[in-house]
Design a protein around this ligand. Structure first.
Ligand code: PMP
Length: 355
């Protein structure tokens, strides 16, 4: 607290302090990073990069990257916006579209940053509870609103809607912007990018941090109608014209161009996820069906916080959320096969597990 701070920031807490430990020999399954390195083409692009160029500012429009994304997703370049991680793209989105007299609608369990942006930008939010099976309660998104946002697949639950279900929501809500945050879509869900030319109010946001193994480069993007993209450019250009550095632009292009590597890595993660699900279930865990690179799971006898602490003492980090309703769950990122084997072996050593 400080008398100098504005009211909007008095109650902000830093995001997951301690979730990025400095030590080695840790099995890090707590922030949904990819266990595999980026494509070899990314390393090649970095080696070939002419460092003399670093004295110049980067391309403020990131036009080569936008063109690459446009070609990949079969849209026009003016339908693509890029930013410094999808968190920044989301921040611009909230600023550009959701500061409305009517409230933003979002699911009750969802990505925690949405509430942070609502606080920062003084946006009123109505939280709509998930169904008992953790899916979005589509029937409940009916009230007049200043926009709708949800993650698909959802975080931290891992559950995904089909495109048909998303279309139901879009057909009912035509007057305000509907944002689908697809940070985890490549691990088994279907992208709504296919729908952007049909629904001018649909904005789809994706990231290079998960399926493309580039969390360290901080690249995210949005795809939608050119009018929505222009709105985002307005916000960006009013306070940071150079969101992406040169290396971020070059490596993101290389990552998109190596589609084969991307498919192999995501397939491997899906396979390991399904193996881990079976293992956890055999140890008495309830595992929510996941379309992501993480599992949301709980155990009948062991409290989530207790199990997280136990794993931590064995140098395995997983994520626990203390909020009521989901405080018995853990969110476990899918790592390599050997990391997941180590996780299962460790859980088997917990005194309350009967295997
Ligand atoms: N959306 C969701 C649902 C996420 O879980 C995350 C990662 N924590 C992000 C967006 C932000 O990802 P990034 O800024 O690394 O692109």
């Amino acid at each position: 607290m400080s008398k100098y701070w504005s009211e909007a920031i008095q109650n902000l807490t830093p995001y997951v302090p301690g979730e990025q430990p400095k030590g080695s020999n840790i099995i890090k399954l707590n922030t949904n990073e990819n266990p595999f390195p980026p494509s070899p083409k990314v390393a090649e692009a970095i080696h070939q990069f002419d460092t003399d160029r670093l004295r110049l500012y980067p391309d403020p429009d990131a036009s080569a990257l936008k063109q690459t994304l446009a070609d990949h997703f079969e849209v026009a370049p003016d339908q693509v916006f890029v930013g410094n991680g999808s968190d920044e793209v989301l921040a611009h989105t909230f600023m550009a579209f959701f500061r409305q007299p009517k409230p933003l609608l979002l699911p009750d369990i969802s990505y925690s940053f949405y509430d942070v942006y609502c606080n920062l930008y003084a946006i009123e939010a109505v939280h709509i509870p998930l169904q008992d099976d953790f899916l979005l309660a589509l029937e409940d998104y009916t009230q007049a609103n200043g926009g709708i946002i949800f993650a698909n697949p959802n975080a931290p639950t891992g559950r995904a809607l089909t495109l048909d279900q998303i279309e139901v929501l879009l057909q009912r809500n035509t007057e305000t912007v509907v944002v689908v945050d697809e940070a985890y879509v490549d691990f088994g869900a279907e992208t709504a990018i296919k729908l952007v030319n049909q629904y001018p109010n649909l904005l789809v946001i994706q990231t290079f941090s998960k399926s493309r193994s580039l969390a360290g480069m901080r690249v995210g993007f949005a795809i939608g109608n050119a009018e929505l993209i222009e709105g985002l450019e307005r916000v960006k250009n009013s306070f940071n014209s150079y969101p992406l550095d040169m290396l971020a632009q070059v490596t993101a292009i290389a990552a998109i161009e190596d589609n084969q590597y991307f498919l192999e890595c995501t397939q491997q993660i899906i396979q390991t996820r399904d193996w881990t699900t079976v293992q956890l279930e055999s140890l008495g865990f309830k595992v929510i069906p996941s379309k992501t690179n993480f599992l949301f799971t709980s155990h009948r006898y062991i409290a989530g916080a207790e199990l997280m602490g136990f794993l931590r003492t064995h140098s395995i980090l997983v994520r626990h959320f203390s909020r009521p309703g989901i405080d018995n769950h853990l969110r476990i990122t899918i790592g390599t096969e050997s990391e997941m084997q180590a996780l299962i072996d460790c859980i088997k050593r917990h005194p309350d597990i009967i295997s």
